[in-house]
Design a protein around this ligand. Structure first.
Ligand code: ATP
Ligand code: MG
Length: 396
């Protein structure tokens, strides 16, 4: 029997009224985009059908099934999905199709699990399980076992159609990208910020990226790395738009005019001010960084507070409670780690003080900033910012 469909299920918690319709449409569109990107030509269409999303496969799908599965495993909002054959909503047909579908599979015990959103069907779910179960037991000579069976034969009746499948493949959970609004992620080229991007994508934010580079004091490496990282994150439906902000002139000013101890906090405050301007232009509702509490000198609560004070947008720090080891584990799993560890000159390492302030005092920081012509520094950086769009192939 030919696998004709993938039935995609989402987690329904918290979905009510109009919200559901919007959520389903967004998820269906994200699935369509992911499949078009990862497996072009490998599917027919994507449809919403009574609380599920159906991917209709075509003749080419079979060869691309790995790519299709991996695209779905990276599409946030999916709880699980199943490769299914089509049957008919008639009990005799369901029995023979179920037999044909599982007949060549290896198992010693089994059960039938029916989900019936078609309330017109003459039998209820329990009766369908019993009928098909008895038929399969007789045909296969295998025993029914309700708990932990060797094979679970799922039957789904929805919208006048019937489907049969045996495997539920776990999706990534989360919310469809776009459901929570847009966030600007400050992407440094290190290990942490791509993981922060992954976290906000998972909770339904679409993202733009902002990178600060110190060319010509640093090489082009950080810029290339950030492009590669954004390219890698495309598999999670990240848009791939990066704002490359020249930061060297601003850093020089900070170095010449302010106390060494405060540099890192002053850089960060400048970054946030510039990022906020870009974010607002791009209709973002928040900024996000890869800060983790206490990881480095700039990431104490005092310093976070002194930095955040300049931002009119919420600053999301999805990694705040993660240990470095935990961040690395995620980075490896999502494919950004190997890119992040390529060598590059960090713009801030270049101008970093030996003994940075770990408990910045806001008054002191503000006094130091009086020596800077902030508005022209910010304007200058924004005027020379370049916008780059990456394709998924840039991550190679
Ligand atoms: P990462 O591994 O993400 O670079 P880190 O541990 O090196 O993080 P910091 O260098 O203190 O930490 O940076 C903290 C956060 O500030 C980063 O996660 C990132 O969000 C932001 N950031 C730092 N430098 C830059 C940069 N050059 N461009 C954009 N964002 C930056
Ligand atoms: Mg860094």
């Amino acid at each position: 029997m030919r696998l004709k469909y993938i039935i995609c299920h989402y987690n329904e918690i918290g979905l009510k009224g109009d919200n559901r319709h919007y959520f389903e449409k967004l998820l269906a569109e994200n699935i369509r985009q992911a499949l078009t990107r990862e497996s072009p030509g490998g599917f027919e269409s994507v449809k919403i059908v009574s609380g599920r999303i159906l991917v209709i496969l075509n003749r080419k799908s079979e060869k691309q099934i790995r790519k299709i599965e991996s695209a779905l495993k990276n599409t946030f909002g999916l709880a699980y999905f199943s490769l299914a054959v089509e049957s008919l909503p008639a009990i005799e047909q369901l029995k023979t199709d179920a037999w044909e579908f599982i007949g060549n599979k290896k198992f010693s015990t089994f059960r039938v699990t029916t989900q019936r959103s078609d309330k017109n069907f003459p039998l209820n779910s329990m009766e369908i399980n019993a009928e098909i179960g008895a038929y399969l037991a007789q045909k296969t000579g295998k025993k029914v076992k309700l708990n932990n069976p060797g094979l679970n034969c799922f039957v789904e009746l929805a919208n006048g159609q019937a489907f049969i499948y045996t495997k539920k493949i776990k999706g990534p959970g989360g919310l469809p990208v776009g459901a929570s609004g847009r966030t600007a992620v400050l992407l440094s080229g290190g290990i942490d910020s791509p993981v922060a991007a992954y976290r906000v994508l998972k909770r339904g934010c679409s993202v733009i990226f902002i990178h600060f580079h110190s060319k010509p004091f640093t090489s082009n490496e950080s810029v290339e790395k950030v492009k590669a990282l954004a390219g890698e994150l495309k598999k999670f439906n990240a848009g791939g738009k990066i704002f490359m902000v020249p930061f060297a002139d601003a850093q020089k000013e900070v170095v010449y005019r302010t106390p060494e101890k405060l540099r890192v906090v002053l850089y960060r405050r400048l970054m946030l001010r510039i990022a906020e301007k870009i974010a607002r232009r791009e209709r973002c509702l928040a900024l996000a960084t890869g800060d983790s509490l206490g990881q480095v000198a700039s990431q104490t609560l005092e310093n976070m507070a002194a930095v955040e004070a300049v931002s009119g947008l919420p600053v999301l720090r999805p990694l705040v409670g993660f240990d470095k080891e935990e961040i690395i584990e995620v980075a490896k799993r999502i494919g950004t780690y190997d890119i992040s560890i390529r060598p590059h000159d960090d713009c801030c390492v270049r101008f970093i003080p030996k003994h940075p302030e770990t408990k910045a005092d806001l008054k002191q920081v503000e006094t130091a900033e009086e020596k800077l012509d902030l508005s022209s520094m910010i304007e200058n950086a924004l005027e020379n910012t370049e916008t780059v769009r990456v394709s998924p192939f840039d991550s190679a």
